[in-house]
Design a protein around this ligand. Structure first.
Ligand code: HEM
Length: 153
């Protein structure tokens, strides 16, 4: 079996949480369909989109860009997870008439946006244009080939 080696911890945490929440969201979808009761459709949508889709995308970024600040990325994972759990409870409570749980959704959304803010910082930090280090070549660079080496090509 092919393995991806050296997945940074934030990537691994996001990836594993993404597949688990994806499974949970899909099972909830099947249960809703089987019962013909779609009250929890907003919960299903948020678990799938904040959990499965967003967390998978965060994981993919940390795997593709292993140089991202790991400590910040772990904070981002924490904020994401707390946001997801609180929004699931809060939206679930709200659509089933438990008004007392609405503030949980509100605070959850603040954690979720905090996670996205941290991720935005990380993306801008890791995509900053940096001067090339001596001897470094980048795609599109014109490389001078010495005469004797050119013969060997
Ligand atoms: C086994 C897989 C899935 C099943 C069985 C399923 C089932 C359902 C059902 C029964 C509904 C309610 C439809 C209605 O209100 O008439 C729904 C809504 C929805 N689903 Fe899924 N779904 C699945 C996967 C997904 C995934 C992977 C996503 C997103 C990545 C997703 C996003 C949504 C959204 C955005 C809604 C609309 C929610 C709303 O109207 O509040 N679903 N799904």
């Amino acid at each position: 079996m092919t393995e991806i080696r050296h997945i940074p911890l934030p990537g691994r945490l996001f990836l594993r949480t993404a597949v688990l929440t994806g499974l949970a969201g899909m099972v909830l979808g099947i249960v809703m369909g089987a019962r013909h009761d779609f009250t929890l459709a907003p919960v299903h949508a948020h678990v799938n989109l904040l959990g499965w889709v967003s967390m998978f995308l965060f994981a993919a970024y940390y795997i593709i860009v292993p140089g991202a600040d790991r400590r910040l990325a772990l904070w981002q994972y924490g904020a994401s997870l707390i946001g997801l759990v609180m929004m699931t409870i809060g939206i679930g409570g709200s659509v089933t008439g438990r008004e007392a749980l609405v503030p949980v959704a509100i605070f959850g959304s603040l954690f979720t946006v905090a996670s996205m803010l941290i991720f935005t910082w990380i993306v801008f930090d890791t995509t900053r244009a940096r001067p090339a280090s001596p001897g470094e070549t980048r795609p599109g660079d014109t490389v001078a080939v010495p005469q004797d080496a050119a013969h060997a090509l």
